[in-house]
Structure formats: C-alpha cells, structure tokens
Design a protein. Sequence first.
Length: 288
Amino acid sequence: MFACNLFGIDRQVYYRKIKRKNNKEAKAIEVVSMIHQVRKSMPRLGGKKSYHLLIDDLKSMKIGRDKLFDILRANHLLIQPKRSYHVTTNSHHRFRKHRNLILGLEINRPNQVWVSDITYIGKREKPCYLSLVTDAYSKKIMGYYVANSMNTESSVKALNMAIKQRMSNETPFIHHSDRGLQYCANAYQNTLNKNGILPSMTQNSDPYENAVAERINGILKQEFMIDKYNLDLNIMKKIVKESVNIYNELRPHYSNHMLTPNKMHLQSQIKMKTYKTKNTCKNIFASV
C-alpha cells in the first residue's frame, strides 16, 4: 500500500502535483537564465521592458507579465529604483539666458527638439562629467562626451557629434537646456547659431522643465550603472560609448511604445507618450 493512500490521497493526483511543481520550477529556472542573459548588456533593465524583449519566448512557455514578475520577485530580481542627485548647473554668470521655447509645444517628429544636460558620473578621486544631447521625440542620444571637468568645450563636442548625425535641416529646430554656464557661453551659442538652431532654456530650477534630459541621465546611471566606476578617463569613455550604443540600439523605451530610440528616430508617425508632472498648475513639457 502506498503512503499517499494512507492519507486518503489519490496516487495519480499526487504524482500530477509533483509533475506540475517540477515543471514550474524548470520554467522559473529557464526564465531566470533568460533574464540574466538580457542583463549582461543592460544590468538593471526593469521587468516591463524585459517582458517586452522576451515576449515571444515567454508566450511559448505560457508565462504572462504577472507570472514573470512573480518569478523575478521570488528570485530577488526586481529592480529597485535608485535616486541620486548632484548639482552641476551654475546659472550665476554674465552670459545671456534664453526663454523657454518648448512650453506647450507639441513634439511630433525627430530632430524637432534636442535637450542637453551634464551629469556627474565619476567618483571623488577621479571625477568625470558626461555631456549629453538627446532627441526629445525619439529619446535617442545624438551626441555625448566624457571629460574630467565641466568645461564648455566638452559640451560643444557633444553638440557637434549630434549635429553630424542630423539627417536634414528641418525647421523649426530647438535646442533646450538649463541655464548653465556651458550652454550660455559664446562658443556654445555660436555653434547653435551657425547651424540654425534656436536656443531654449529653463526658466526656473525645476527639473521637470528639462525632464527628458534628466530621465536619460537616470537611465544611464540606474540601469547601466555608469556612475559606479572609479576608473581612468579613457576607460570611462569606452564604458559610456558601449552603454550609449546599447541604449540606442537595444533598450525599448516606454514613451516610444516600446520601440528602441533608433527605431523611433527613423519615423514620425507614432505619437510619443507624455505624462503630467506632479505640479499640474505649470504647463511644463515632461515626456519620459
């Protein structure tokens, strides 16, 4: 007599239960392996975007998004957002500041508005600063430059890289930034004027006025962890280059309807997603 019969359990029911349990464990192991594979290039990619990248394989395994999150939670693989903030804007200078041109503006195509920012990515022993120029519509990083100081020359180099990638001379074309010294300086403004680009700047210290740039900074830091290294400048440049390439080519973006920035940048038919800010009394452009 089998032990299960002593407890009033049907033997077939018992073995089916064992089989289902083993199948679930095997699927969970396979899913964890798939997540680890994705996170080799995007270390802190969240569950929603991971599901989008793996959707075909997960559907064949009959695993939906909720089940994926259950597996991630059980294996301590859910990504907890990190928040860090370093002030890199010096708006107390003699140069001219420009008004905000993107308040209330509907952005509906690539190369209509670029946003720029500088973010701190180094350690105290070896500080590094990353200058970024991003397309507000597609979220594609158009230009970037890594330096060990916050000089205007670095920001100009990032801008020139972006200009080289520009496919056409569409108008109107706006460059939006904070009121930092680097963006107000003559060298930067002369580069904008030379290429027929209209300068636009935040009016307050509210980060929502440059929300796209702040968001891209956060993605590179939180998901690609480019600020955790304490390495020489040349190595940091290689790390940033690889991270930007992966971000542009492989990472799905929620505001792009899960298209990568590169794919979103190649068309203008899709309406990008925008979100209201917490301070709804202000008419502030905030798209993430």
